[in-house]
Design a protein around this ligand. Structure first.
Ligand SMILES: Cc1ncc(COP(=O)(O)O)c(C=O)c1O
Length: 392
């Protein structure tokens, strides 16, 4: 039994860690140093603000150190590293600034919005009325004029920018006046683009009109799986008063130690990393478009984020492509959103993006034998086993 379990994990590590090209945009890889902190003694411990538990002096300092680093990196007045995931960060923000029956405006899942906000997720839990941003599928972005009208008419209590499919910065600045005029709380779910925001390569929500920036710490941000909330003083203090014990009890201090080191890596290498991520996504998009793939938004240069969207018109068709690619060790979702954060972290640049596009073409368009493509993919990834943009 134990041998079987250990063997499963070993096989997974070898396959996903060393033999595949991972193009899932919600995933990344931690540096060896960050990863090692996950197995530190902090993972066994509890702390509490009321000093119920003794023995927490180094953990308390680690948390403070992490919060200071986060505030400095994102230019926020407050930072909270305790949310256990992006979803819990979303829940905490929404619960702090809404009451049942309030209206919340965000991107619909039909347009690439995070489904976790909608009927089956947080809106049901918190009894919120969700309304969708008017959205242009052609430009994969929020429509400014129609949204301004909608905000004036519906007066949402909370407006949330950010999405799961996000190719371009959202027009936050253009909508800030309308949202502030009606006194709405404005948040930005940066789960996908947090690392690009940290590196100064996407948009700067906290300067463009958002009062809080929150989400996952493991997509373009290359920390451990978890969440974060960065906010102005007013919103941050409310979050801090409620997050414990309503949304998090033990915050998993090994995760926070690892996140703190990832924040430090981002401070040192974020600009270089985020710039390369965006360049890589653009190179991959262009190469795929030239091969005849239905890449979204050619008129806008395809992407300004880590994502490239292949318009296959839904998960059914997308799933066929995704399963086909998996046979050649190319891992994508059924979206089909391709993400280049992990490939970039492994040191891949423009030339490698061209090679990846060619592997995808050989599988999807040329219908080559999967084993032959897989063999070439495995040889290719062997050259990229080191993690870059981190402390060595
Ligand atoms: C925009 C967005 N917000 C929140 C989440 C949830 O993040 P987590 O998986 O960290 O809970 C996701 C998940 O992919 C997401 O895409």
């Amino acid at each position: 039994m134990i041998d079987e379990l250990l063997s499963l994990i070993k096989r997974h590590e070898r396959w996903r860690g060393r033999e595949c090209v991972n193009l899932i945009p919600s995933e990344n890889v931690m540096s060896p140093a960050v990863r090692s902190l996950l197995s530190s003694d902090l993972g066994h411990r509890y702390t509490s603000r009321e000093k119920f538990y003794m023995g927490t002096r180094f953990i308390d300092e680690t948390e403070q150190y992490g919060e200071e680093l986060a505030k400095n990196l994102f230019g926020s007045e407050t930072a909270d590293l305790r949310p256990l995931s992006g979803h819990i960060a979303d829940l905490t923000f929404l619960a702090c600034f809404t009451n049942p029956e309030d209206t919340v405006l965000c991107v619909s899942p039909d347009d690439g919005g995070y489904p976790g906000f909608w009927e089956k997720g947080l809106s049901r839990l918190l009894k919120l009325r969700m309304i969708r941003f008017p959205f242009s599928k052609e430009n994969m972005n929020i429509k400014v004029e129609e949204t301004t009208d909608l905000i004036l008419r519906k007066k949402p209590k909370v407006v949330i920018f950010g999405a799961s499919i996000i190719l371009f910065p959202h027009p936050l600045r253009a909508l800030a006046k309308a949202t502030h005029n009606i006194g709405a709380h404005v948040g930005y779910d940066g789960s996908h683009v947090l690392g690009l925001i940290a590196g100064g390569e996407f948009q700067d929500p906290l300067r463009e009109g958002s009062q809080a920036l929150f989400g996952s710490t493991h997509k373009t941000f290359f920390g451990p799986q978890g969440g974060i909330i960065l906010a102005d003083k007013e919103h941050g203090e409310i979050v801090k008063k409620r997050i414990h014990p309503e949304f998090v009890d033990n915050a998993h201090w090994n995760r926070i130690a690892a996140l703190t080191l990832a924040l430090a890596e981002m401070k040192s290498y974020g600009k270089e990393y985020a710039g390369q991520v965006v360049r890589n996504a653009q190179t991959l998009a262009k190469a795929l478009a030239e091969d005849g793939f239905p890449v979204a938004c050619p008129q806008l240069g395809y992407t300004r984020s880590h994502q490239v969207l292949l318009n296959y018109g839904g998960y059914k068709e997308g799933g066929v492509i995704a399963r086909k690619l998996e046979r050649a060790n190319i891992i994508v979702d059924s979206g089909v959103r391709l993400g280049v954060c992990e490939a970039t972290r492994r040191g891949m640049k423009g030339e490698e993006m061209q090679r990846i596009a060619l592997f995808i073409k050989r599988m999807v368009i040329d219908d080559e034998d999967p084993n032959s493509v897989k063999g070439d993919v495995m040889k290719f990834v062997k050259e990229f086993q080191e993690i870059e943009y981190c402390f060595k």
